[in-house]
Design a protein around this ligand. Structure first.
Ligand code: MN
Length: 198
């Protein structure tokens, strides 16, 4: 069984870039739902194994991928944000690698923002490390239940589903994207990067 992570900051800590109401809905309703539904399907899989009855297995595996991916990506999303601060992100090793792999930090921000702007409805924009390539890439994940690149490790994930910004930004997705750059927890992204690439 999985547990919700505690929110690493208060509900209003990301304001004005991400409102208290939006975060409340996103964390306490949407994310909670993914965690509960992941646990439901884990229980159903356990029942299926116990009863040796796999008649519903296709449906259960799909549900596990959908709800489980939702739980994981939301955990990372909440962790990879932090209250606006003067964090000097350039001190982190990942920024050096971003510069190498994208040409510059600005190139990276531009490509990430452009990719985020055109993700279709139920999607994410993800900065990821590909161990086999020893390279960082940006991926658009349009159905999070379908892994878009086997073996990739998400580092910075950005929720592009409407529920994550409509309360505050309505259809103004570009404003949501610009705001996001103010509340990224690069320290946490760097920690994940070092954990994986070292
Ligand atoms: Mn979401």
């Amino acid at each position: 069984m999985i547990k919700m992570i505690p929110l690493p900051y208060t509900l209003k800590a990301l304001e004005p870039y991400y409102s208290k109401e939006t975060l409340d809905l996103h964390y306490n309703i949407l994310y909670k739902g993914y965690v509960e539904k992941t646990n439901n399907v884990l229980r159903k899989l356990e029942e299926a194994r116990r009863a040796n009855d796999y008649s519903n297995i296709k449906c259960l595996e799909k549900e596990l991928a959908f709800q489980g991916s939702g739980a994981i990506l939301h955990k990372l999303f909440f962790e990879n944000m932090s209250p606006p601060n003067n964090q000097n992100s350039l001190q982190f090793k990942i920024m050096q690698k971003i510069s190498e792999d994208f040409g510059s930090i600005n190139n990276f921000k531009r490509q990430f923002s452009e990719a985020a702007a055109v993700v279709e409805a139920s999607g994410w924009c993800i900065l990821a490390w590909v161990p086999e390539f020893e390279q960082l890439v940006i991926l658009q994940c349009e159905k999070h239940q379908d892994l878009t690149l086997w073996g990739c490790v998400p580092l910075l994930v950005f929720d592009m589903w409407e529920h994550s910004y409509y309360l505050q930004y309505q259809t103004r997705r570009p404003e949501y994207i610009s705001a996001f750059w103010n509340i990224i927890n690069w320290k946490e992204v760097n920690r994940r990067f070092l954990e994986i690439c070292n």
